[in-house]
Design a binder for this molecule. Structure first.
Ligand code: NAD
Ligand code: IPM
Ligand code: MN
Length: 354
């Protein structure tokens, strides 16, 4: 089959890690008889440099015309002081999420067995290990509320959630829990925030439609603590945009590195966007040392969710497992004193294992 992928490499390590994911897709295409066509467009700082804006219309149009989007990362110190803030690279990313109505951001965090020693938690804390999905609402919350500075110079960010916005993401989480271990933990701050009270009431109502799914409710401060005290209690974490951003980075480090965590951003159509959860890592950009696994696994999620190619997605995930089992690691997950693979070496090994 033929698939058209819009490729947004972005900034910093973005181009390096996306190149490895494209290699893996090409390998899958060769093995299973598919053709992946890539339409490369600019976003973030790269788009600011070329067009003066972080999300050019032609990038939006190309994404909408594609079967799915693969994104690296955006941002970096070069563009950190741009005014107005609506012209920052990160606004490009938020803008494309909104344009494509990608309200459901799935961030699976699992501790791959060979990386147990890279996990910062004591083994006894891990219990049955870590295998959870953060189901993060992606186009609402304080991210998209009105932002302004008043005459006194105070900054304001309006935080809001409507009932329909919570309902649709809750359904995604409950449906997913049914296919996993049957548990949803909804994380909010309902003891303080009105948005969270709407969130919790709505989740409670939707939970009643899923009596077969166990539902828990945690305040986000306790949720952050539980994640490091007893991570194996979590199956699906259902949460808002801001809390999901923070909790998914926390979950990622339990897997050894933020460089391990992929994500899928989905709407109610097949057109999704796939990206690692980490950023553009300016501290290591241009050195060919970034871990490409999060991006390669994001490509696998694209095959699974947008293209219904489960066997092909398995081929990538099994290849990652076998490369890790053989002890190959990039610097972020390497054992002290052991060889650190470059980004391209890791990509080559995964391709060979596909
Ligand atoms: P970051 O995720 O870029 O980096 C945090 C730390 O993790 C750094 O030490 C970095 O070297 C390391 N790291 C990240 N990805 C790695 C990888 N694949 N392999 C090895 N190490 C990796 O977060 P930050 O430093 O807070 O942000 C840098 C820039 O990225 C900012 O401009 C921020 O806004 C942006 N950002 C973009 C996205 C995105 O595009 N989705 C996500 C987060 C941050
Ligand atoms: C992420 C990032 C983005 C977010 C930023 C860069 C806008 O941190 O994808 O996790 O906060 O959603
Ligand atoms: Mn983030």
């Amino acid at each position: 089959m033929n698939f058209n992928i819009c490729v947004l490499k972005g900034d910093g390590i973005g181009p390096e890690i996306v190149d490895e994911a494209l290699k893996a897709l090409d390998k899958v295409g060769e093995k299973f008889g598919h053709t992946f066509n890539y339409d490369e467009r600019l976003i973030g700082g790269a788009a600011i440099d070329e067009f003066g804006v972080p999300l050019p219309q032609e990038t939006i149009d190309a994404c909408k015309a594609s079967d799915s989007v693969l994104l690296g990362a955006v941002g970096g110190p070069k563009w950190d002081h741009i005014e107005p803030s609506t012209n920052r690279p990160e606004r490009g990313l938020l803008g494309i999420r909104k344009e494509l109505n990608l309200f459901a951001n799935l961030r699976p965090a699992k501790l791959w067995a060979p990386l147990a020693d890279a996990c910062p938690l004591k083994p006894e804390r891990l219990g049955d290990g870590l295998d959870l999905v953060v189901c993060r609402e992606l186009v609402g919350d304080v991210y998209f509320g009105k932002k302004w500075r008043d005459e006194a110079g105070a900054g304001h960010d309006d935080m809001n959630y409507s009932t329909p916005e919570v309902e649709r993401i809750a359904r995604v989480a409950f449906d997913m829990a049914r296919k996993r271990r049957g548990k949803v933990t909804s994380i909010d701050k309902a003891n303080v925030l009105e948005t969270s009270r709407v969130w919790r009431e709505t989740v409670q109502r939707i939970a009643a439609e899923y009596p077969d799914v166990e539902t828990d409710y945690l305040y986000v401060d306790n949720g952050a603590m539980q994640l490091v005290l007893n991570p194996s209690q979590f199956d699906v974490i259902l949460t808002g945009n801001l809390f999901g951003d923070i909790l998914s980075d926390e979950a990622s480090c339990i897997t050894g590195s933020v460089g391990m965590l992929p994500s899928a951003s989905l709407s109610d159509t097949k057109l999704g966007m796939y990206e690692p959860i980490h950023g553009s890592a300016p501290d290591i950009a241009g050195q060919n040392i970034a871990n490409p696994i999060a991006t390669i696994l994001s490509a696998a999620m694209m095959l699974r969710y947008s293209f219904d190619l489960a066997e092909e997605a398995d081929a990538i995930e099994n290849a990652v497992a076998s490369v890790l089992e053989a002890g190959h690691r990039t610097g972020d997950i390497a054992k002290a004193g052991e060889k650190k693979l470059t980004c391209t070496e890791m990509g080559d090994l995964i391709c060979a294992a596909i």
